[in-house]
Design a protein around this ligand. Structure first.
Ligand code: SF4
Ligand code: SF4
Length: 465
């Protein structure tokens, strides 16, 4: 077991005992589920909407190079600087170059999981730049120096009391239990940062190929301020977020708001098409769009895993997953957690490092049913396991499964095996759970069923007449 896997198991065990934190998550996600179901009911035909969204995303991925070309041509024609980043370090290098060129000191950021993926903040801070997160949840977790807990709700694991204590410690504010007051404290703190920032940075939800536009959807207006107050703006977007047409947005925007935040539509929806034009009163004088690959084009060429690139990062699969709800977001120790993370992390960052995540799943299929773009995550997790068993399983495990296969396929072996297992259980204490390393033992957290000499089949034969 590698270190990431060990840590996952340890943290999951701690989380299982942390009833208070599990209650915070259960309450938050319970309220979300109620609201989401009401909003889904507002769609005339939710299943048809899902099918259409899935088809559009699939079509877009099938024509990805053409769509990217169309997008970049349109954006360039209006004065936007386009950068292609093959890896995460390319993104960091490109952003650092822009900051240096602009002699910037401070960059204000709105929420971007893609920037988390490439560890952008760390890279910039290492070079002496100040980076401030402006999304309320991100602002909170940045103060705590921890990664987001959830891809949509970064601070969902914290209570208002914990946030009040945090603000008191870090911002010298008066303790309060009022969420509105807490929001105002964050807001007052952030306002001056927008004014002082030399560069604004945003993520993006969609990139529209036919009109050459970047679509950003949010609820706080912070992203819009990041894009309108600083003189230079940077947007980072994964190449899979390109959709073919502007006319697809009226489907995707309400769908994302419905499953992402239990809303009909988010409060702010902005389309960026380039830097400020002479007749416009505000907006950036210089606009940079970074298109990130980081393994996505490899996935795009894979006929099975290409499906995962349809993901809109709505978080819906996390919200329904019994494993995510039990172990929590930080236990995954990965940029993308929950069902989507368990599929994506091994495919993007190495099967060997993240193979344990493919087993963080009971195969209940709730994620498949919750996904607005119909990604069959449970099937992909099974495919991951298939790859793992053929590539990574130790020889003794392969041998054991061959033995099990012979046992299950031959009635005589099976009958004999049952008797031997009964004797084995009597003789061998390991089966009762006293393994050398208790954490490794199947029975460390379960009770092994007590085997019997006479099976139901034996008794049936004996008594049926
Ligand atoms: S199938 Fe697995 S990953 Fe998906 S919701 Fe169920 S337990 Fe979670
Ligand atoms: S896999 Fe589906 S449900 Fe999960 S985050 Fe992506 S779009 Fe949302």
């Amino acid at each position: 077991m590698n270190n990431l896997a060990k840590k996952f198991h340890q943290d999951a065990a701690h989380m299982a005992e942390n009833v208070a934190l599990r209650n915070v998550i259960a309450t938050g996600l319970g309220k979300y589920a109620e609201g989401r179901d009401k909003k889904i009911a507002d769609f005339q035909d939710w299943q048809k909407a899902r099918e259409t969204a899935s088809q559009i995303k699939r079509e877009s991925l099938n024509n990805l190079p053409q769509n990217i070309q169309q997008l970049t041509e349109k954006l360039t024609s209006r004065g936007t600087h386009i950068h292609f980043a093959a890896t995460g370090s390319d993104v960091c290098r490109i952003v650092l170059n822009i900051l240096r060129q602009k002699k910037a000191k401070l960059m204000i950021k709105s929420k971007s999981m893609t920037s988390e993926e490439v560890h952008l903040n760390k890279a910039l801070e290492k070079e002496g730049f100040k980076v401030v997160e402006s999304d309320l949840g991100e602002f909170i977790v940045q103060l705590r120096q921890e990664p987001p807990y959830h891809i949509v709700f970064p601070a969902m694991h914290l209570t208002r009391y914990q946030i009040s204590d945090l603000f008191h410690d870090k911002l010298n504010s008066q303790p309060t239990e009022n969420p509105e007051t807490l929001t105002m404290i964050a807001r007052q703190n952030l306002r001056s940062q927008y004014i002082q920032a030399d560069v604004g940075f945003t993520g993006a939800n969609f990139a529209v190929a036919d009109t050459g536009m970047i679509s950003v959807t949010e609820n706080e207006g912070n992203s819009r301020l990041c894009g309108s107050l600083p003189k230079t703006m940077i947007t980072l977007i994964g190449i899979e977020k390109v959709i073919p047409r502007l006319e697809d947005l009226p489907l995707f925007l309400p769908m994302l708001a419905t499953v992402g935040a239990a809303q009909n539509l988010t409060a702010y929806n902005t389309l960026y098409s380039g830097p400020k034009r002479p007749e416009e009163p505000d907006g950036p004088e210089e606009y940079h769009v970074i298109l990130l690959d980081n393994g996505r084009s490899r996935l795009q060429k894979d006929p099975v895993y290409r499906e995962v690139l349809k993901c809109m990062r709505c978080g819906s699969c996390l919200n329904v997953c019994p494993i995510y709800k039990s172990v929590g977001g930080h236990t995954y120790n990965a940029t993308y957690s929950g069902p989507i993370g368990s599929v994506l992390m091994p495919k993007l960052f190495g099967m060997a490092a993240y193979k344990h995540l493919s087993f963080a799943c009971s195969l209940c299929c709730a994620c498949r049913d919750a996904c607005p773009v119909k990604i069959d995550l449970s099937h992909l997790l099974l495919k991951n396991r298939e790859t793992l068993s053929s590539q990574f399983a130790p020889k003794y495990e392969k041998l054991a499964f061959k033995g099990m296969s012979a046992l299950f396929n031959h009635p005589l072996f099976w009958s004999l095996g049952k008797k031997l297992a009964w004797i084995g259980q009597k003789l061998h204490p390991l089966i009762e759970g006293s393994a050398i390393d208790p954490a490794q033992c199947w029975t460390a957290t379960r009770k092994a069923p007590k085997l019997v000499w006479h099976s139901f089949k034996d008794l049936w034969k004996k008594y049926k007449s």
